[in-house]
Write a protein that binds this ligand. Structure first.
Ligand SMILES: Cc1cc2nc3c(=O)[nH]c(=O)nc-3n(C[C@H](O)[C@H](O)[C@H](O)COP(=O)(O)O)c2cc1C
Length: 178
C-alpha cells in the first residue's frame, strides 16, 4: 500500500469484530514501531501486548477513552531511567513522549496497511494501568493502542485547511494563496 494512501485513509476505529489478530501481524506492528525515528537513537520505548480478555476488561474499566471490544491492545511505555541516563532531563521529560508518539504512528499505519483498525487511547488512569500491568517505577505508560478488525468505517474528521496553518519564511505570512 502506498504510504500516503495509508496516512490519508487511516481512521480511529471504536467498534471491532471479535476476530483475533494473528501473531505475525502483531509482530509486524511492533517491528514498525521500533523503526520509528528516536532522538539520539535512545529508543526509550517498551511495548506491553495485552491479549488476555480479563486484563483487557480491567484496562477498559480504568480508561474512559477506551471504546469497543477489540481483542488486542498494546501499551507503549517510556523508560524514563534509560532516557535520563542517555539524554538527560530533555530526554526524560520531552523526547520520550515524542519518540513514543512517532512509534505509535508507525504502528497505526502498519496496522492499517494490514487490514486492521486502531485507536490511540490516552484517557486512562496511569496509576491504575501501572498496577494492573505490574509496571515498575521509572517506566511510564504513554499511549495505549487498541487493535482489531474494524466493524465500522468512520468518516474522515475535518482537518484544518493548510491555507490557515502553513506559513512561508515567517509566522503569519501565508504559504498558500487563497
Ligand atoms: C495523543 C492522542 C490521544 C488520543 N486519545 C484518545 C482517547 O483516549 N480515546 C479515543 O477514543 N481517541 C483518542 N485519540 C484519537 C483522536 O480522537 C483521533 O485521532 C482524532 O479524533 C482524529 O481522528 P482520526 O484518528 O480518525 O483521524 C487520541 C489521539 C491522540 C493523537
Amino acid at each position: 500500500m502506498d504510504v500516503f494512501e495509508a496516512i490519508k485513509n487511516r481512521r480511529s476505529v471504536r467498534k471491532y469484530k471479535p476476530e483475533l489478530v494473528p501473531k505475525d501481524l502483531v509482530q509486524k506492528i511492533l517491528e514498525a514501531a521500533v523503526r520509528a525515528p528516536s532522538a539520539s537513537n535512545i529508543q526509550p520505548w517498551n511495548f506491553i501486548v495485552i491479549k488476555d480478555r480479563k486484563v483487557l476488561d480491567m484496562v477498559r474499566k480504568i480508561s474512559p477513552g477506551y471504546f469497543g471490544d477489540a481483542p488486542l491492545a498494546i501499551l507503549v511505555c517510556s523508560d524514563k531511567e534509560r532516557a535520563y541516563k542517555l539524554g538527560g532531563e530533555l530526554g526524560r521529560d520531552y523526547l520520550t513522549v515524542a519518540d513514543c508518539a512517532l512509534a505509535v504512528q508507525n504502528m497505526l499505519l502498519a496496522a492499517y496497511a494490514s487490514g486492521l483498525g486502531t485507536c490511540i487511547v490516552k484517557s486512562f488512569s496511569s496509576t491504575a494501568i501501572k498496577h494492573i500491568l505490574e509496571i515498575p517505577d521509572g517506566i511510564e505508560p504513554e499511549l495505549l493502542v487498541i487493535v482489531g478488525y474494524p466493524d465500522q468505517s468512520p468518516k474522515p474528521p475535518l482537518r484544518r485547511p493548510l491555507q490557515e496553518i502553513a506559513y512561508l519564511n515567517r509566522y503569519g505570512e501565508k504559504y498558500f494563496e487563497k
